[in-house]
Write a protein that binds this ligand. Structure first.
Ligand code: KG4
Length: 343
Protein backbone atom coordinates (compact mmCIF):
# COMPACT_ATOMS: atom_id res chain seq x y z
CA UNK A 1 0.00 0.00 0.00
CA UNK A 2 1.25 3.48 -0.84
CA UNK A 3 2.00 5.80 2.08
CA UNK A 4 -0.73 8.22 1.07
CA UNK A 5 -3.36 5.50 1.11
CA UNK A 6 -2.81 4.46 4.71
CA UNK A 7 -5.79 5.65 6.75
CA UNK A 8 -5.47 5.33 10.53
CA UNK A 9 -8.07 5.83 13.22
CA UNK A 10 -6.30 6.67 16.48
CA UNK A 11 -7.81 6.70 19.97
CA UNK A 12 -6.49 8.39 23.13
CA UNK A 13 -8.20 7.76 26.48
CA UNK A 14 -5.37 7.60 29.03
CA UNK A 15 -6.68 10.28 31.39
CA UNK A 16 -9.67 12.62 31.14
CA UNK A 17 -9.90 13.41 27.42
CA UNK A 18 -11.54 11.09 24.91
CA UNK A 19 -9.81 11.97 21.66
CA UNK A 20 -10.01 10.42 18.19
CA UNK A 21 -7.99 11.31 15.10
CA UNK A 22 -8.11 10.16 11.49
CA UNK A 23 -4.98 10.43 9.36
CA UNK A 24 -4.21 9.70 5.72
CA UNK A 25 -0.53 9.01 5.16
CA UNK A 26 1.05 11.41 7.62
CA UNK A 27 -1.62 14.05 7.19
CA UNK A 28 -4.19 14.74 9.86
CA UNK A 29 -7.71 14.63 8.39
CA UNK A 30 -9.64 15.19 11.61
CA UNK A 31 -9.29 15.46 15.38
CA UNK A 32 -12.27 15.23 17.73
CA UNK A 33 -11.84 15.55 21.48
CA UNK A 34 -14.39 15.29 24.29
CA UNK A 35 -12.97 16.94 27.39
CA UNK A 36 -14.51 15.87 30.67
CA UNK A 37 -15.85 18.64 32.88
CA UNK A 38 -17.06 16.34 35.65
CA UNK A 39 -13.68 16.65 37.47
CA UNK A 40 -13.71 20.44 37.83
CA UNK A 41 -15.86 20.37 40.95
CA UNK A 42 -13.39 17.98 42.67
CA UNK A 43 -10.21 19.91 41.77
CA UNK A 44 -8.59 16.85 40.18
CA UNK A 45 -9.32 13.83 38.00
CA UNK A 46 -11.54 11.19 39.65
CA UNK A 47 -10.55 7.90 37.93
CA UNK A 48 -13.94 6.20 38.10
CA UNK A 49 -15.76 9.29 36.81
CA UNK A 50 -13.21 9.48 33.99
CA UNK A 51 -13.84 5.85 32.94
CA UNK A 52 -17.60 6.37 32.90
CA UNK A 53 -17.28 9.55 30.86
CA UNK A 54 -15.00 7.79 28.34
CA UNK A 55 -17.68 5.10 27.95
CA UNK A 56 -20.28 7.77 27.22
CA UNK A 57 -18.03 9.76 24.88
CA UNK A 58 -16.14 7.21 22.84
CA UNK A 59 -18.79 6.25 20.26
CA UNK A 60 -19.91 9.84 19.49
CA UNK A 61 -16.28 11.04 19.35
CA UNK A 62 -15.34 8.32 16.86
CA UNK A 63 -18.38 9.25 14.73
CA UNK A 64 -17.44 12.95 14.73
CA UNK A 65 -13.82 12.19 13.76
CA UNK A 66 -14.90 9.91 10.89
CA UNK A 67 -17.52 12.39 9.64
CA UNK A 68 -15.11 15.34 9.81
CA UNK A 69 -12.52 13.35 7.87
CA UNK A 70 -15.07 12.17 5.29
CA UNK A 71 -13.88 8.61 5.94
CA UNK A 72 -15.96 5.44 6.33
CA UNK A 73 -15.06 2.52 8.60
CA UNK A 74 -14.46 0.44 5.49
CA UNK A 75 -11.74 2.92 4.35
CA UNK A 76 -9.57 2.34 7.44
CA UNK A 77 -6.18 0.58 7.24
CA UNK A 78 -5.57 0.09 10.99
CA UNK A 79 -6.72 1.11 14.47
CA UNK A 80 -4.22 2.76 16.81
CA UNK A 81 -4.70 3.20 20.55
CA UNK A 82 -2.87 4.44 23.63
CA UNK A 83 -2.02 1.32 25.63
CA UNK A 84 -0.42 3.14 28.61
CA UNK A 85 0.75 4.64 30.86
CA UNK A 86 -2.33 6.27 32.32
CA UNK A 87 -5.41 5.59 34.44
CA UNK A 88 -6.27 1.90 34.12
CA UNK A 89 -10.05 2.36 33.89
CA UNK A 90 -9.68 5.06 31.24
CA UNK A 91 -7.20 3.00 29.22
CA UNK A 92 -9.46 -0.07 29.39
CA UNK A 93 -12.26 1.83 27.65
CA UNK A 94 -10.05 2.99 24.75
CA UNK A 95 -8.16 -0.28 24.37
CA UNK A 96 -11.31 -2.46 24.53
CA UNK A 97 -13.09 -0.26 22.02
CA UNK A 98 -10.06 -0.30 19.67
CA UNK A 99 -9.77 -4.07 19.90
CA UNK A 100 -13.46 -4.53 19.15
CA UNK A 101 -13.19 -2.26 16.15
CA UNK A 102 -10.01 -3.96 14.88
CA UNK A 103 -11.54 -7.40 15.22
CA UNK A 104 -14.90 -6.40 13.75
CA UNK A 105 -13.25 -4.75 10.73
CA UNK A 106 -10.47 -7.36 10.48
CA UNK A 107 -7.81 -4.65 10.74
CA UNK A 108 -4.42 -4.60 12.49
CA UNK A 109 -4.20 -2.98 15.93
CA UNK A 110 -1.32 -0.62 16.76
CA UNK A 111 -0.46 0.12 20.39
CA UNK A 112 1.12 3.42 21.33
CA UNK A 113 3.02 4.50 24.46
CA UNK A 114 1.39 7.71 25.70
CA UNK A 115 4.72 9.38 26.53
CA UNK A 116 6.21 8.54 23.14
CA UNK A 117 3.03 9.95 21.59
CA UNK A 118 3.61 13.26 23.42
CA UNK A 119 7.09 13.42 21.86
CA UNK A 120 5.62 12.54 18.45
CA UNK A 121 3.25 15.53 18.71
CA UNK A 122 6.19 17.31 17.11
CA UNK A 123 5.53 15.28 13.94
CA UNK A 124 1.80 15.96 13.52
CA UNK A 125 1.30 17.13 9.95
CA UNK A 126 -1.70 19.27 9.15
CA UNK A 127 -3.45 19.01 5.81
CA UNK A 128 -1.77 21.08 3.12
CA UNK A 129 0.73 22.68 5.53
CA UNK A 130 4.44 22.13 4.91
CA UNK A 131 6.22 22.07 8.25
CA UNK A 132 9.71 21.08 9.35
CA UNK A 133 10.04 18.33 11.94
CA UNK A 134 12.91 17.71 14.38
CA UNK A 135 15.84 15.70 13.02
CA UNK A 136 17.14 12.71 14.99
CA UNK A 137 18.70 12.70 17.48
CA UNK A 138 16.96 15.51 19.32
CA UNK A 139 16.39 16.38 22.97
CA UNK A 140 12.82 16.63 24.19
CA UNK A 141 11.55 18.21 27.40
CA UNK A 142 8.31 16.36 28.15
CA UNK A 143 6.28 18.19 30.77
CA UNK A 144 2.73 17.19 31.57
CA UNK A 145 0.37 16.75 34.51
CA UNK A 146 2.00 13.43 35.37
CA UNK A 147 5.51 13.61 33.89
CA UNK A 148 8.61 15.79 33.79
CA UNK A 149 11.21 14.08 31.66
CA UNK A 150 14.25 14.79 29.55
CA UNK A 151 14.44 12.39 26.63
CA UNK A 152 17.04 11.89 23.97
CA UNK A 153 15.07 10.82 20.91
CA UNK A 154 17.40 8.65 18.81
CA UNK A 155 14.60 7.87 16.37
CA UNK A 156 10.84 7.37 16.43
CA UNK A 157 11.27 4.03 18.20
CA UNK A 158 14.29 4.54 20.43
CA UNK A 159 13.69 7.17 23.07
CA UNK A 160 16.12 7.24 25.97
CA UNK A 161 15.08 8.72 29.31
CA UNK A 162 18.00 10.72 30.73
CA UNK A 163 16.16 12.67 33.44
CA UNK A 164 12.84 12.36 35.27
CA UNK A 165 11.02 13.63 38.33
CA UNK A 166 11.57 11.75 41.56
CA UNK A 167 8.29 13.01 43.04
CA UNK A 168 5.70 15.42 41.59
CA UNK A 169 5.59 16.47 37.94
CA UNK A 170 5.76 20.13 36.90
CA UNK A 171 2.06 20.25 35.95
CA UNK A 172 1.08 18.56 39.20
CA UNK A 173 3.10 21.17 41.14
CA UNK A 174 1.35 24.00 39.25
CA UNK A 175 -2.05 22.43 39.85
CA UNK A 176 -1.40 21.89 43.57
CA UNK A 177 -0.08 25.43 44.15
CA UNK A 178 -3.11 26.79 42.28
CA UNK A 179 -5.42 24.67 44.43
CA UNK A 180 -3.86 26.05 47.64
CA UNK A 181 -4.61 29.54 46.28
CA UNK A 182 -8.23 28.53 45.65
CA UNK A 183 -7.93 28.69 41.85
CA UNK A 184 -10.00 26.35 39.67
CA UNK A 185 -8.67 23.06 38.22
CA UNK A 186 -6.53 22.65 36.16
CA UNK A 187 -4.40 25.31 37.80
CA UNK A 188 -1.58 25.58 35.23
CA UNK A 189 -3.44 27.85 32.77
CA UNK A 190 -4.82 29.90 35.70
CA UNK A 191 -1.32 30.55 37.04
CA UNK A 192 -0.02 31.33 33.54
CA UNK A 193 -2.77 33.92 32.95
CA UNK A 194 -2.33 35.70 36.30
CA UNK A 195 1.48 35.56 36.16
CA UNK A 196 1.46 37.95 33.20
CA UNK A 197 0.36 40.76 35.56
CA UNK A 198 2.66 39.81 38.44
CA UNK A 199 6.24 40.39 39.61
CA UNK A 200 8.13 37.09 39.25
CA UNK A 201 10.78 38.23 41.79
CA UNK A 202 8.28 39.08 44.55
CA UNK A 203 8.74 35.69 46.29
CA UNK A 204 11.70 33.36 46.27
CA UNK A 205 10.52 29.76 46.54
CA UNK A 206 12.84 26.81 47.23
CA UNK A 207 14.79 25.25 44.37
CA UNK A 208 15.61 21.54 44.80
CA UNK A 209 19.09 20.05 44.92
CA UNK A 210 18.72 16.80 43.03
CA UNK A 211 21.73 15.13 41.36
CA UNK A 212 22.10 14.38 37.65
CA UNK A 213 19.29 15.38 35.30
CA UNK A 214 16.45 14.41 37.62
CA UNK A 215 13.74 16.74 38.86
CA UNK A 216 11.95 17.27 42.15
CA UNK A 217 9.05 19.63 42.81
CA UNK A 218 7.94 18.57 46.29
CA UNK A 219 10.26 21.06 48.10
CA UNK A 220 8.95 23.94 46.02
CA UNK A 221 5.38 22.91 46.77
CA UNK A 222 6.10 22.78 50.51
CA UNK A 223 7.87 26.15 50.47
CA UNK A 224 4.87 27.66 48.63
CA UNK A 225 2.47 26.15 51.16
CA UNK A 226 4.50 27.39 54.19
CA UNK A 227 4.82 30.90 52.73
CA UNK A 228 1.04 31.08 52.42
CA UNK A 229 0.41 29.50 55.83
CA UNK A 230 2.67 32.03 57.61
CA UNK A 231 1.44 35.04 55.65
CA UNK A 232 -2.23 34.15 56.17
CA UNK A 233 -1.73 34.40 59.95
CA UNK A 234 -0.89 38.08 59.49
CA UNK A 235 -3.22 38.95 56.60
CA UNK A 236 -6.29 36.79 56.03
CA UNK A 237 -6.57 38.19 52.50
CA UNK A 238 -2.91 37.62 51.67
CA UNK A 239 -3.66 35.46 48.60
CA UNK A 240 -6.11 38.01 47.22
CA UNK A 241 -3.65 40.86 47.77
CA UNK A 242 -0.67 39.05 46.21
CA UNK A 243 -2.30 36.68 43.72
CA UNK A 244 -0.51 37.76 40.56
CA UNK A 245 2.91 38.01 42.29
CA UNK A 246 2.48 34.55 43.81
CA UNK A 247 1.56 33.13 40.39
CA UNK A 248 4.47 34.85 38.63
CA UNK A 249 6.98 33.78 41.29
CA UNK A 250 5.92 30.13 41.46
CA UNK A 251 5.84 29.94 37.67
CA UNK A 252 9.37 31.39 37.48
CA UNK A 253 10.59 28.81 40.01
CA UNK A 254 9.05 25.92 38.01
CA UNK A 255 10.41 27.19 34.69
CA UNK A 256 13.89 27.71 36.26
CA UNK A 257 13.90 24.17 37.65
CA UNK A 258 12.81 22.69 34.29
CA UNK A 259 15.21 24.70 32.17
CA UNK A 260 18.32 24.45 34.41
CA UNK A 261 18.39 20.67 33.98
CA UNK A 262 17.40 20.79 30.33
CA UNK A 263 20.19 23.24 29.56
CA UNK A 264 22.62 20.88 31.31
CA UNK A 265 21.33 18.01 29.14
CA UNK A 266 22.00 20.05 25.99
CA UNK A 267 25.57 20.74 27.18
CA UNK A 268 26.06 17.00 27.72
CA UNK A 269 24.85 16.19 24.19
CA UNK A 270 26.73 18.39 21.72
CA UNK A 271 25.66 16.06 18.88
CA UNK A 272 22.10 17.40 19.21
CA UNK A 273 21.05 20.23 16.88
CA UNK A 274 17.31 20.22 17.58
CA UNK A 275 15.33 20.61 20.79
CA UNK A 276 11.60 20.07 21.30
CA UNK A 277 8.93 20.62 23.93
CA UNK A 278 6.02 18.26 24.57
CA UNK A 279 3.16 17.70 27.05
CA UNK A 280 0.43 19.92 28.48
CA UNK A 281 2.75 22.24 30.45
CA UNK A 282 4.47 23.24 27.20
CA UNK A 283 1.40 25.50 26.79
CA UNK A 284 2.95 27.68 29.48
CA UNK A 285 3.92 31.04 28.00
CA UNK A 286 6.95 31.65 30.27
CA UNK A 287 8.34 28.18 29.53
CA UNK A 288 7.84 28.58 25.78
CA UNK A 289 9.56 31.96 25.85
CA UNK A 290 12.54 30.70 27.85
CA UNK A 291 12.84 27.58 25.67
CA UNK A 292 12.86 29.65 22.47
CA UNK A 293 15.35 32.15 23.89
CA UNK A 294 17.70 29.34 24.92
CA UNK A 295 17.48 27.73 21.47
CA UNK A 296 18.22 31.06 19.85
CA UNK A 297 21.27 31.68 22.09
CA UNK A 298 22.67 28.20 21.43
CA UNK A 299 21.77 28.30 17.72
CA UNK A 300 19.63 25.18 18.00
CA UNK A 301 16.46 24.51 16.02
CA UNK A 302 13.50 24.70 18.35
CA UNK A 303 10.19 22.84 18.01
CA UNK A 304 7.07 23.52 20.05
CA UNK A 305 3.85 21.88 18.86
CA UNK A 306 0.67 23.97 18.61
CA UNK A 307 -1.28 23.99 21.89
CA UNK A 308 -3.97 21.58 20.64
CA UNK A 309 -1.31 18.88 20.13
CA UNK A 310 0.48 19.36 23.47
CA UNK A 311 -2.38 18.39 25.79
CA UNK A 312 -3.72 14.83 25.52
CA UNK A 313 -4.96 14.28 21.96
CA UNK A 314 -5.22 11.51 19.39
CA UNK A 315 -3.33 13.33 16.60
CA UNK A 316 -0.09 12.58 18.45
CA UNK A 317 -1.18 8.94 18.84
CA UNK A 318 -1.70 8.72 15.07
CA UNK A 319 1.73 10.34 14.48
CA UNK A 320 3.36 7.70 16.72
CA UNK A 321 1.34 4.89 15.09
CA UNK A 322 2.18 5.80 11.50
CA UNK A 323 5.80 4.69 11.86
CA UNK A 324 4.67 1.41 13.39
CA UNK A 325 2.27 0.80 10.52
CA UNK A 326 5.11 1.36 8.07
CA UNK A 327 7.24 -1.22 9.87
CA UNK A 328 4.35 -3.68 10.33
CA UNK A 329 4.58 -3.45 14.13
CA UNK A 330 1.15 -4.61 15.14
CA UNK A 331 -0.23 -5.58 18.51
CA UNK A 332 -1.93 -8.89 19.40
CA UNK A 333 -5.58 -8.67 20.39
CA UNK A 334 -4.88 -10.14 23.83
CA UNK A 335 -2.65 -7.19 24.83
CA UNK A 336 -3.70 -5.53 28.09
CA UNK A 337 -3.24 -1.85 28.94
CA UNK A 338 -0.52 -0.84 31.41
CA UNK A 339 -0.88 1.89 34.03
CA UNK A 340 2.83 2.54 34.54
CA UNK A 341 5.91 2.31 32.36
CA UNK A 342 8.82 4.46 31.37
CA UNK A 343 9.07 5.81 27.89
O1 KG4 B 1 -0.27 16.58 29.00
P1 KG4 B 1 -1.49 16.95 29.74
O2 KG4 B 1 -2.65 17.45 28.95
O3 KG4 B 1 -2.07 15.73 30.51
C1 KG4 B 1 -1.69 15.07 31.63
O4 KG4 B 1 -0.51 14.83 31.92
O5 KG4 B 1 -2.67 14.68 32.30
O6 KG4 B 1 -1.06 18.05 30.83
C2 KG4 B 1 -1.97 18.62 31.71
C3 KG4 B 1 -1.18 19.58 32.59
C4 KG4 B 1 -1.97 20.11 33.78
O7 KG4 B 1 -1.18 19.96 34.94
C5 KG4 B 1 -2.21 21.58 33.45
O8 KG4 B 1 -2.29 22.41 34.57
C6 KG4 B 1 -0.96 21.88 32.63
O9 KG4 B 1 -0.78 20.74 31.83
N1 KG4 B 1 -1.11 23.08 31.80
C7 KG4 B 1 -0.40 24.21 32.01
C8 KG4 B 1 -0.84 25.15 31.04
N2 KG4 B 1 -1.81 24.56 30.28
C9 KG4 B 1 -1.95 23.29 30.77
N3 KG4 B 1 0.55 24.48 32.90
C10 KG4 B 1 1.08 25.70 32.86
N4 KG4 B 1 0.71 26.67 31.99
C11 KG4 B 1 -0.24 26.43 31.07
N5 KG4 B 1 -0.60 27.39 30.21
Amino acid sequence: MKEKDVILLAIESSCDDTSVAVTKGRELLSLATSSQTVHERYGGVIPEAASRAHLQNIVPTVSVALNDAGVRLSDLSAIAVTRGPGLMGSLLVGVSFAKGLAQGLNLPLIEVNHLQAHVMANFVTERGIEKAHPSFPFLCLLVSGGNSQIIIVHDEKHMELIGATIDDAAGEAMDKCAKVMGLPYPGGPQIDRRAKQGNDRAFDFARPKVPNLDYSFSGLKTSFLYTLRDALKVDADFVKHHETDLCASVQRAIVDILMDKFEKAVEMHPEVQDIALAGGVSANSALRERFERFAHEKELRCFIPPLKYTTDNAAMVAAAAWWKYERGEFCPLDAAPYARVEI
